[in-house]
Ligand binder design. Structure first.
Ligand code: ZN
Ligand code: ZN
Length: 295
C-alpha cells in the first residue's frame, strides 16, 4: 500500500512538470489546441491528488464505523476524476469557440509544439509505470489514472502532429477544430472511467471466468460436503467478498464441517489473494440440487 501511495505522489510531481511545460507551450503560441492539452493536464494533476487521498483512505483498516474497510474510497476518486474530465472538456470547447470567432496567427509555433512534445513524452513514460502498478495492486483508481493518461498521450501526439501539419501548410483554422477533437476524446475517456467505477460501486458481478474458477475451487476442496449454492461475490478495490451456503450431511459434527470451510477458504485465498469468505453451513434438507455439486 505504501508503494501505491508513493506512485500517486509521483503522479502529482510528474503532472506538475508536464503542466508547466504545456502551459508554457500554450503561452508562447496562443494556440487553442495547445490550450486544450494544457487543460487536460491540469485535470491530471487534480486527479492525481484525488487518487492519493483515496489511497490513503482505502489503506485504513476496517473500524467500527466502516466494518467492511475503506477500499471503496478508490471508486469515489475515479468517479470524481470522470466529473473533472467532463468539466475540462466543456472549458476546451468554450475556448475553441472563442479562438474560432477571433482567429489570430500562432506565435512561435515550432517552439510551442516542441515543448508540448517533450511534456507528452514524460506523460507516456509515466502512464506505463501507472498501468503496471495499478494491475499489480488491483487498484481501480490507479488503473483509471493510467488509462486517462494514455488517452492524454495519444491525444497530445495527434494534436502536435496535426498542428505541425496545419502550421507548415498554413491552415491555421484547424487549430480550434483540433481543440474540439481533444475535448471529445477527453469526454469519451471520462465516460469510460465513470462507467467502470459505477460498476464497482454497484457491486457488479465479477468476470465470468473468475466466477467459474471460484466455483471450481469450491467443488475441488469441499470433499465431505454435498453442494454449495447461493454463491455471491462483490469487490471493493483490492478486496473481494465471497459468500455461499455449504450443504453437509445433517449428522456431521460441527468441527468436521468447520474443517471443510477452512479448507475451502485456504484454497480460495491462496489463489485469489485478498478475499473475505463467509460460509453458511446447512443440513442436506436444504439442498437445492443446483449451484456447485461436490462429488
Ligand atoms: Zn441455502
Ligand atoms: Zn472458522
Amino acid at each position: 500500500m505504501q508503494r501505491l501511495q508513493r506512485i500517486a505522489t509521483g503522479s502529482i510531481f510528474i503532472g506538475l512538470v508536464v503542466l508547466a511545460l504545456k502551459v508554457f507551450a500554450w503561452w508562447v503560441t496562443g494556440s487553442a489546441a495547445l490550450y486544450s492539452d494544457a487543460l487536460e493536464t491540469l485535470v491530471n494533476v487534480a486527479a492525481a491528488a484525488l487518487t492519493l487521498g483515496a489511497l490513503r483512505l482505502a489503506a485504513k483498516p476496517a473500524d467500527a464505523n466502516h466494518p467492511y474497510g475503506h477500499d471503496k474510497a478508490e471508486f469515489f476518486a475515479a468517479v470524481l476524476e470522470g466529473v473533472l474530465i467532463v468539466i475540462a472538456a466543456g472549458s476546451i470547447i468554450q475556448h475553441a469557440w472563442f479562438v474560432w470567432q477571433h482567429p489570430a496567427p500562432i506565435a512561435a509555433p515550432l517552439r510551442g509544439i516542441a515543448l508540448n512534445a517533450v511534456a507528452t513524452l514524460f506523460n507516456a513514460g509515466w502512464a506505463v509505470v501507472l498501468l503496471r502498478a495499478g494491475k499489480e495492486g488491483r487498484s481501480p483508481a490507479l488503473g483509471a489514472d493510467a488509462r486517462h493518461l494514455f488517452t492524454d498521450v495519444v491525444a497530445s501526439f495527434a494534436v502536435v502532429a496535426a498542428l505541425l501539419g496545419a502550421v507548415l501548410g498554413g491552415a491555421l483554422w484547424l487549430d480550434p477544430l483540433l481543440a474540439v477533437a481533444v475535448a471529445l476524446y477527453v469526454l469519451f475517456s471520462g465516460w469510460r472511467i465513470i462507467r467502470s467505477s459505477v460498476g464497482g460501486l454497484m457491486d457488479e458481478a465479477p468476470d465470468p471466468v473468475v466466477l467459474e474458477r471460484i466455483r471450481a475451487l469450491v467443488a475441488d476442496h469441499a470433499t465431505g460436503a454435498i453442494e454449495a449454492h447461493d454463491l455471491r461475490t462483490r469487490s471493493a478495490g483490492r478486496l473481494t467478498f465471497l459468500e455461499f451456503h455449504l450443504v453437509v450431511p445433517g449428522a456431521m459434527r460441527v468441527d468436521e464441517a468447520h474443517a471443510i470451510c477452512d479448507r475451502i477458504e485456504e484454497a480460495l485465498r491462496r489463489e485469489m489473494g485478498s478475499l473475505v469468505v463467509t460460509i453458511h453451513v446447512e443440513p442436506e434438507v436444504k439442498a437445492k440440487q443446483h449451484g456447485v455439486p461436490v462429488l
